[in-house]
Design a protein around this ligand. Structure first.
Ligand code: ZN
Length: 449
C-alpha cells in the first residue's frame, strides 16, 4: 500500500516548508510575460523543468488540432504610451498587464479620444490594472488603473507596441512519472497568463512540487503532468494523443489553489468518477469546503470532459474564477497567494491521491463470526502504531465489509471514518493474514484490474 502525505513529502524532499517553496516558484515565474504562445511560456517551462523531468513540446503554427488551428507565435519586446509632453505614462516594463495580451503591433500618434478606444480600466476598482487579451482576434490595447485613465490630459499621444505575430509554434510541457502500473493519473494546469499569481502560477507551483515528490516514490499509477496554454493547449494535446487516452483512469485540473478562500472541487462531467468520490471524501473530513457539479465553463476540464473524450477529470480550486474581485487584475499578486493555502491545497491533493492509489477490494479470510483479534496480537500492534480511539472500529468495519464487493473507500464512506484509518486497518489485517486482495471480477464486482 502506498502512503503519501505532506509529512512524508517534507521528509523525502528535505523540505520543511512546502508552502514557502511553492510560493517561491510563484515569485520566480511572476514577472514573465506569458501568453498562449511565445517565449514567456518557454521560459516558464524551463524553470519548471529544473524541478521535474519535463518534455517541452513545440507544435508549429497552422497545425490543425481538432476543430482549431495552432495560432501564430506572439512575442513582445516593448510597449508604451507617451502623453503630449512626451512622458511615458504607460510602460509595459513596469507591469506586463499594461498590454492587452496577444496585441497586434502598433506605432502611431493619435488624440486621447481615439486612444481611449484601446484603453481598459476597472471603474469600480480604480487602483487595479485589469488583465485583458485579444486571442483569436486582431486588436491591440493597453490596460491601466481607472484613476490613471481619468488623469490623462487631452492632446496627442504616441503609442508603441513592439510585438511580433509570426510562424512559430505553440509550446507546452509534459512529464510522465512512471509508476508500477501503466494506468495513468492525468494532472493539468495552465501556463498562459502573464503576471497573475493565483490564476495560473498557483497551479504550476503545486504540480511542480507534486511532480518532484512523485518522482521520489514508486506509486501504483503513472502520473502524466501537463503544463498547457489554456484551451488551445489542451485541444492541441488531446488532438495529438487522441487514441492513446485509454490508459487515463483519473484526472484533475489544478487552478486557483493559492487564495485564502475555502477549497472548491468541481466534479467531472460523469459526476460519479472515482476522483469525484475521492475528493468528496477527503474534503468532508477536512472541514469547510464546497463541491460543485460539472459545468462546461471554467478551465481545461471543459476540453477533457467534452463528450467525445468524457475523461474522468475534475477540477481543484479554492475560490472559483469570477467569484473574487482580484480575478484577472493586478491584485492577483504575490500577496494574494498565501503559502499556507498552497500547502493546504497540496495536502488535499495528496489525500485524494492516496485514496486513488489504495482503493482496493479485499476478502476477509475468517468471515464466519469475528476473528479473535486479541489472540493474534492485533490490539497490541494497533496500540503501538496509532493513537487508539476509533482504530478498533476501523478494524471491525474492514473485516465486516471485506467480502470482495466493497472497496476501502466504500468502507470509509459507510463508516464515516477517514480513508487513512481504514487503509491502516486493512494494512494491519493483511499483515496478520486476515485479508487478501480480491481477484478482479470476484463475487460479481471484484477489485481493480
Ligand atoms: Zn484566467
Amino acid at each position: 500500500m502506498t502512503a503519501l502525505g505532506l509529512d512524508d513529502l517534507k521528509a523525502r524532499l528535505r523540505l520543511p516548508d512546502p508552502g514557502g517553496a511553492m510560493h517561491d516558484v510563484v515569485r520566480e515565474l511572476y514577472p514573465l510575460c506569458r501568453s498562449i504562445t511565445g517565449n514567456g511560456v518557454r521560459e516558464t517551462l524551463k524553470i519548471v523543468g529544473r524541478q521535474i523531468p519535463l518534455e517541452i513540446r513545440e507544435v508549429p503554427s497552422g497545425t490543425p488540432v481538432l476543430d482549431w488551428v495552432v495560432p501564430k507565435e506572439w512575442n513582445i519586446r516593448d510597449a508604451w504610451v507617451k502623453d503630449p509632453s512626451g512622458a511615458k505614462v504607460i510602460d509595459f516594463r513596469r507591469s506586463n498587464l499594461h498590454v492587452v495580451g496577444y496585441s497586434q503591433p502598433v506605432r502611431a500618434r493619435m488624440p486621447l479620444g481615439e486612444l481611449k478606444r484601446h484603453l481598459h480600466s476597472l471603474p469600480d476598482r480604480p487602483d487595479w490594472i485589469p488583465y485583458r487579451n485579444s486571442f483569436y482576434r486582431d486588436d491591440w490595447g493597453f490596460c491601466l488603473s481607472h484613476r490613471q485613465l481619468q488623469s490623462l490630459p487631452e492632446g496627442e499621444y504616441e503609442v508603441l507596441i513592439d510585438a511580433t505575430h509570426g510562424d512559430g509554434s505553440l509550446t507546452y510541457g509534459e512529464a510522465l512519472i512512471a509508476g508500477r502500473s501503466s494506468r495513468e493519473i492525468l494532472l493539468s494546469c495552465h501556463v498562459c497568463h502573464p503576471s497573475l499569481a493565483n490564476d495560473n502560477l498557483s497551479g504550476i507551483s503545486l504540480l511542480s512540487l507534486l511532480g518532484r515528490y512523485l518522482a521520489e516514490l514508486s506509486p501504483f499509477y503513472s502520473y502524466r503532468l501537463l503544463f498547457l496554454p489554456v484551451t488551445i493547449g489542451a485541444i492541441t494535446w488531446l488532438a495529438r494523443n487522441d487514441g492513446a487516452l485509454s490508459e487515463i483512469e483519473h484526472g484533475l485540473v489544478v487552478t486557483l489553489v493559492g487564495d485564502a478562500g475555502r477549497t472548491t472541487y468541481k466534479r467531472s462531467r460523469r459526476g460519479d468518477a472515482a476522483i469525484d468520490r475521492a475528493f468528496a471524501h477527503v474534503l468532508k473530513h477536512a472541514g469547510d469546503h464546497e463541491i460543485v457539479d460539472f459545468s462546461p465553463y471554467g478551465y481545461d476540464e471543459r476540453q477533457f470532459c467534452s463528450p467525445g473524450f468524457d475523461l474522468p477529470v475534475g477540477c481543484l480550486m479554492r475560490t472559483p474564477h469570477g467569484q473574487f474581485p482580484e480575478y484577472h487584475t493586478s491584485a492577483d499578486d504575490l500577496e494574494f497567494v498565501k503559502p499556507e493555502a498552497l500547502a493546504d491545497s497540496l495536502a488535499k491533493t495528496l489525500a485524494a491521491l492516496i485514496v486513488l492509489e489504495n482503493d482496493r477490494r479485499y476478502v476477509n479470510l475468517n468471515p464466519k463470526g469475528e476473528p479473535q483479534l486479541g489472540r493474534r496480537g492485533i490490539y497490541r500492534a494497533m496500540a503501538e502504531r496509532s493513537d487508539g480511539g476509533g482504530r478498533e472500529m476501523a478494524l471491525l468495519w474492514v473485516l465486516n465489509q471485506s467480502d470482495g464487493m466493497h472497496s476501502l473507500l466504500d468502507i470509509a464512506d459507510r463508516s464515516s471514518m477517514p480513508f487513512e484509518a481504514i487503509r491502516e486497518a486493512a494494512q494491519l489485517l493483511l499483515e496478520h493474514e486476515l485479508l487478501r486482495e480480491a481477484v478482479p471480477g470476484e463475487l460479481g464486482r471484484g477489485g481493480r484490474s
